[in-house]
Design a protein around this ligand. Structure first.
Ligand code: MN
Length: 330
């Protein structure tokens, strides 16, 4: 029964105050799945808060949220959850400041001594770090799993819940184009659309919202892409001054790594973003190449077709090391 949809549903039973949270530096599936679980528990009569320790990215702020979100536990101001639900987190460290709580169940603030935990996720090798878990890497998006949970609890995928699930699907399948896009994705998208979501309205708010600065940044990066390994690997580096010069945030590069695969013959996209703290964010995208293995060799994780890691190296040194590591996979 543990590690199943039923286990997730059972973990929600009888709960009154639910904290929904997701991974640091959240992407579309992270925000979509966390918002979706918040919708689900609120529809079932729970009080809910969203915990986003690294904030809500601007490009995802269009999504209607069902409850307030906080950046720190202090902001909860005495509000104590009886259940904390992590979505889209492959291991406890992805929850950020709540890592220790998930691993040891030590209360991060008083009043959390009896707070139970639930983990819903689709990453490969999920460590089942919560009291109750539902982890299954066969699902294309965590939001798809939460959609199934909603339906299991007799909730239609309508209104804002539909938007949250659809965001997850679109984000993690690259607009229904990646290898993980299967019939179940389309079937759930179909049920969301049948429940009222207008695709054009969603796309207008999700896609057509670029600033000119973001367009300029991508233009600059695209003009500097290099090819390696006989054209099988495309590589793009973002020194931190690029973002600083244009006054842009990291999230302005969301989706950029996948874009590199558009070059004919490219089987692996290597994208390296230098962050403020001297650590580089490595993002790998593979077409018929398992990049999860390569990301894992740098201490990261992810999926066969999309993986990443945070590495304390300079962009150039990291690019060299990644190209060496890819040798065995090509
Ligand atoms: Mn995901």
């Amino acid at each position: 029964m543990n590690n199943s949809l039923e286990a997730a549903a059972a973990a929600l039973r009888g709960k009154k105050r639910v904290l929904a949270l997701t991974h640091v530096n959240p992407d579309g599936d992270a925000i979509g799945s966390a918002a979706a679980i918040a919708h689900v528990v609120m529809a079932k009569g729970c009080d809910c808060r969203l915990f986003l320790g690294t904030g809500l990215p601007e490009f995802l702020s269009f999504l209607p949220l069902p409850c307030p979100w906080v950046r720190s536990l202090d902001e909860l101001d005495g509000w104590r959850p009886d259940l904390a639900v992590a979505t889209d987190c492959g291991d406890a460290s992805r929850t950020g400041v709540l890592e220790d709580f998930f691993l040891t169940r030590r209360a991060p603030v008083s009043g959390w001594e009896t707070t139970a935990t639930l983990n819903i996720d689709h990453h490969l090798h999920n460590t089942l770090f919560a009291d109750s878990n539902w982890a299954d890497c066969r699902y294309a998006a965590t939001g798809l799993m939460v959609g199934l949970l909603a339906e299991y609890l007799d909730l239609p995928l309508a209104g804002d819940l539909g938007w949250a699930v659809y965001l997850s699907l679109v984000a993690d399948t690259g607009n229904f184009s990646f290898a993980n896009t299967d019939a179940e994705c389309f079937a759930m998208a179909g049920r969301v659309v049948r429940s009222g979501l207008r695709v054009a309205d969603f796309s207008q708010k999700y896609e057509n919202v670029w600033t000119l600065e973001r367009m300029r940044l991508w233009g600059r990066l695209l003009s500097e892409v290099t090819l390696h390994k006989g054209g099988a690997v495309a590589c793009s580096l973002v020194p931190r001054r690029y973002l600083r010069d244009l006054g842009l945030k990291k999230s302005s590069l969301d989706g950029y790594a996948s874009w590199l695969r558009k070059i004919r013959g490219v089987r692996v996209a290597v994208f390296i973003r230098e962050d403020e703290d001297g650590v580089c964010k490595l993002s790998l995208r593979g077409t018929g190449v398992n990049v999860q293995k390569v990301a894992a060799s740098f201490g990261g994780g992810g999926h066969a077709a999309a993986a990443g890691a945070d590495v304390a190296m300079s962009p150039r040194a990291l690019a060299g090391a990644v190209l060496d590591a890819l040798e065995a996979e090509l």
